[in-house]
Write a protein that binds this ligand. Sequence first.
Ligand code: ADP
Length: 623
Amino acid sequence: MNAYLVFIPEHRPVYRKPFMEPENILTTPFAAAFDAVFNMSSDWSRMLSLKGTGFLQATDTPATGWLHQYIPEEDRAWVWHMIREAVSGKKKFRLTHPVLTADGSTGWALSTAIPVMDNQDQVMEWLVGAIDITESHRSADMARTAMQVAERKIRLYETITASTPDLIYVFDLNYRFTYANKALLAMWGKQWNDAIEKGLRENGYEDWHAEMHEREMDAVRKTKRPIRGEVSFPHAVLGRRIYDYIFTPVFNETGDVEAIAGTARDITDIRNAEMKIAESENRFRNMAEGTDVLINVTDGKGANIYFNRLWAVVTGRSVPELLASGWIDLVHPDDKTRVERLLTGSIEQKLRWKSEFRIVRSDGSFLWLLLQATPRFHSDGSFAGHIISLVDITDIKENEQRKNDFISTISHELRTPLTAASGFVEILQARAASDGDQHAAAMLTIVDKQLDKMTRMLHNFLNAARFESSNMHMRIERFDIGMLLHELEDELKATVTSHILSFKSREIWIDADREKIAQVIHNLVSNAIKYAPAGSAIIIECAIVNGGLRLTVEDSGPGIRLEDQPLIFTRFYRVRNTQTKYVPGFGIGLFICSEIIKAHNGQIAVESWPGKGSAFYFTLPVA
Ligand code: ADP
């Protein structure tokens, strides 16, 4: 509320009866000094008349409703309150107040009221002159509002500039700071008064640094364009820090540069982190480039993002070419589908994977590689791709091949004399039987068993070598596994006396290589006999589980520790513990079983409880 009441220090009333009738005064030059002149009853309850220049509605009729007619509703209470106060003083007073003007709009009036006294010094009525101050009041109001807006903005900007860790400052055209925010003052270790209106050098900038900024300010003025740079500066508390800064021209209304505003951001931590990343990347590159391992890095979608140079040497393909087209087309045709499947599976499942395969070298020859892919993850745990390392295992593979060839040749060569020996033993057995020579017959049975064992062993070796070179021939036929178990039961029960064999067979037809499946069952039963204590029971059972055949060989032997369980199916792996140490073997029996079952699209596994026993089983699709 901007109205105010003023008592004018003048005790002598201006007009006194009978000099002039008050209504006549309204037409005197006195009235011409006002935009409206009116007279009021002594207690202001009635307006007697009003004359005006169009500012307020004129009236000649005395009326009580003047407050409603001339004062806006929201102001009536306080205007009336002030007038009553003033009237009781019986002295001339002035009041600035809102009015309802002749055109119905709200305006402002400065009203001066003079009491007209009678001879007994009683107020007869009041003479009032009002000046239209609507315009000046409006502009004062606007100025006040503008000021309030400006102050609010300043407060807002102050809050922003004070709370940001960024440095904010303004230079005048003489390179002097005219503004520095809290963070900048803290960086200097200075107070506002010691820093403002000072140049760069006075605020602790070294000569080279001050000159550089002054040159930049000249450039900003000349080009009227911002400039960006990076510089290090000693912070009063934090020590040497690196800042990324921008100088921006501030234009006046005619488009000239009148100041230069700057902001600077502390990027020390970012730079340090970048340096650390660069260092670690460098280390990785040095390592990757200096090794004789092929290294390839992929992103989360499987796209190649890095190859070390050895790749180019080995494949004859440049690194950019490799990045563009990868290496899968270089894989040996026999290995390609398998590697492709592993590759896509590992990306989908974000898995570690391992494989051996061949790729073609730049000279056209093939190279055996052992691949190991390790998944990598971003700090938020999301999948980032794989680091793939590939080692040349061609020599190992060739040695293995030579060894396999050697074993298979030996096995093959030994089989002929063994077959001959078995044949002669059979003849001798028949002769001993007809001679009634029981002693010779018993010994010949033992010889026969041993020859049989040896034949199986050679058979295993030959098979192992064939698996290696993928030369296994399968003779698939439809047969009843129950029948096969009956045959094996007859054969084994005739020869095995050390354990109690219990066969639980039923009719289940499968399409498979009968001889090889028999070999698998034979191997599993032989192992049970080998490892389980004499006299214990061995159960051989076939059943339909989940719509497929499941054949189990269960013993109550020493069992196999969980960590050894997946390894026993690999070639030459033998568990070394006190129970198995003295049991002879080569560690290829289960490997062969596993290869045969896999070749039939089946699965082989073991469930075992150390100290309690093992249950080996395989599954095969039924016919
Ligand atoms: P080998 O018996 O000639 O060593 P295998 O490949 O048949 O080779 O078996 C691999 C290993 O698995 C064996 O050395 C043995 O430690 C373990 N194993 C196999 N069968 C059994 C079993 N029934 N009970 C306990 N351990 C077994």
